[in-house]
Design a protein around this ligand. Sequence first.
Ligand code: ARG
Ligand code: GLU
Length: 720
Amino acid sequence: MNISMKLNTRKITAILLLSITSIFSSFAEEGMLIPSLIGAFEDDMKAMGMKLSAEDIYSVNNSSLKDAILHFGGGCTAELVSSQGLLLTNHHCGYSQIQSHSSLENNYLKNGFWAKNRSEELKNLGLTASRIVRIQDVTLAVLEGTKGLSQSSKLLKMQENIVILIDDAMRGNGYSADIKAFNYGNDFYMIVKETFDDVRLVGTPPNSIGKFGGDTDNWVWPRHTGDFSVFRVYANANNQPAGISDDNVPYKPLHFLPVSVKNRVPGEFTMIYGFPGSTEQHLTSENLRYIIDQERPARISMRDKSLSVINAGMRSSDLIRIQYSSKQARIANGWKKWIGQIGGLKTVNAIQIKLDREKKYNDMAATKTEWQETYGSVIKEMNELVTQYKDVDFGYSMAIEYLYVGPEVFKQARNLNLFLVNFNKFEKNGTLDAEIEKQIKGAKGFFKNYNADIDKEIFILLTEEYVKQVGDGPLPERLKNTSAQDLADKIFKKSILTDEARFVKFMNKLKAKSIKKLQKKDLGFILWADANDKFRSEILPGIRTYKGAMNQLLKTYVKGRMVMFPEEKMWPDANSTMRITYGKLEGSAPIDGMAYTEHTTLKGIIAKNNSDNPDYELLPRMRELAKKKDYGSYAQDGELWVCFTGSNHTTGGNSGSPVIDAEGNLMGLNFDRTWESTMSDYMFDASRCRNIAVDIRYVLWVMDRYSGAKHLVDEMVLVK
Ligand code: ARG
Ligand code: GLU
């Protein structure tokens, strides 16, 4: 067993006492735990009310909860809820699929969509869902034969070991395997998975439910969003993954989650299983200071600008609303989270907390010569590294905002460039015509959701802001000596990147000569190429050196914590691998004089709708049903619960994750955190940090009463 995973019993007793004596605080909730090591926490979880065994939660030999939890599209979590491969995830996780099946005529975003039978379920090219077959500690095997080697030979040897281990794991089973570093390279785990490529859209509520509250409520409690969508996993006749095909049949899972329609009791045990993306719990005080004071505020101001343009456009036309809804949601989501994080970190005085922890660490190191030598200066070195590389890191963040999140003309340039660098190859092997066809098709998809006027405005505002922020940093010459307005006027009048007809014409007449001309004359392409060159030659190398050096220090630092503080509950930072977090159904009181209850109801939807904020618009049916109090069998004490909060430590990637009760039944779908708790990516505070889930009973109600899709409810196993 990994030493980081030991919890001593004294600590557990202390936790228990605490949770009895204070309503909102305990320490048990922090941490994103590795499922294969969950046995170490079984006692603590049982003490909090859990009735399952570690083997019920994670097992390699028998089916277990793990088999019902899928990694959805690589970025979200989803759970199987029927013997016929029915899969639930968030509405915002299925959003791009829902959007791509939508048009002004068939507006599934606005009206929702429900397949009446299997044949109406919609296929999704490129969408995958993966089941984790096993998670295995391979640290010793990865490090085998590396003792005494120099750093570079050691890395080579490890790479060799990894290739062999992966090959072995994949032989003859159709699985894929990956070995990931945990705890900054102190541990290695192999993750073997089975990936399904035929995942179809079964149903979605309208935006007025699935996105109710929009950006106004995003990251905020009280919350009333019905953030769910329904898919189905298909497999071949042998129940194995297969490419999209009409011959496929619904997948029969090893395990699916029964659904709890029982009354909820505040304080009851909750567990979340899913794929959290990334956390940075070990940042030093200096790093946090830089993020709070400089990096995040600058990124926020870049997005302030693009959002002001997109939001105005979306308010002005239905078409723009459809074209930009997905892009807007993505930009706004990070923007708002960062504002919340900075607020939370400042409120709890996170920098001082870090300084105190750093002192405690250094004091402990000073108690033993051996510790002092190994760990005594690591924090100082990390802080110095941050200071040394601040400008590099800042240049990187700004370039990401400008080139990758900013004007879309850059995205189009990047795609085109990817094609052009292979032009000779395509010509040689005779695939050029087919590749051109592909480009044209891709461009049609791009321009379907593109409005050049909007992009032009974004280009002007972001270029000005970028130049201002980066100052003397690595800027392309053209940005230094031409005004953004001038550049924009030329680019949006002439560039092939900003107009479908110009782009298609260029492609249809493509020759080696026209590429030369493009590179010399098309200002949009030229500007992107200049900026991209700067990015690759001046920004990326620096950031790689920085991150590499920081990772080495973090490895030592984390090891020091394991060695010097063995009694503390430790957990590896999230890295998009499967994790478990447990806590309770509970509210919070993050603001002096105010308490948040742990659930919201349908009444709150109607109350919000009574304001004139368009984010709270409803289709008439919701008010009708609410007026009749037509709650079916889904109510608790005469009210229909909509969302609830819990003290589960989650982050991006946990969207769609099941909230599971003490018996292993599905209570709801995680989809967010409260504004006050978004800081948990850097620092978890048990009294503030709450995840937000949509109650499964509301999901069932929307299917059954609102949408007339009772057949889907009937497919599930309801636990009363
Ligand atoms: N904040 C949630 C998450 O990080 C939900 C995002 C989607 N909703 C939205 N209004 N943009 O993904
Ligand atoms: N909405 C997030 C997601 O897409 C989850 C919220 C969070 O960051 O906790 O994964």
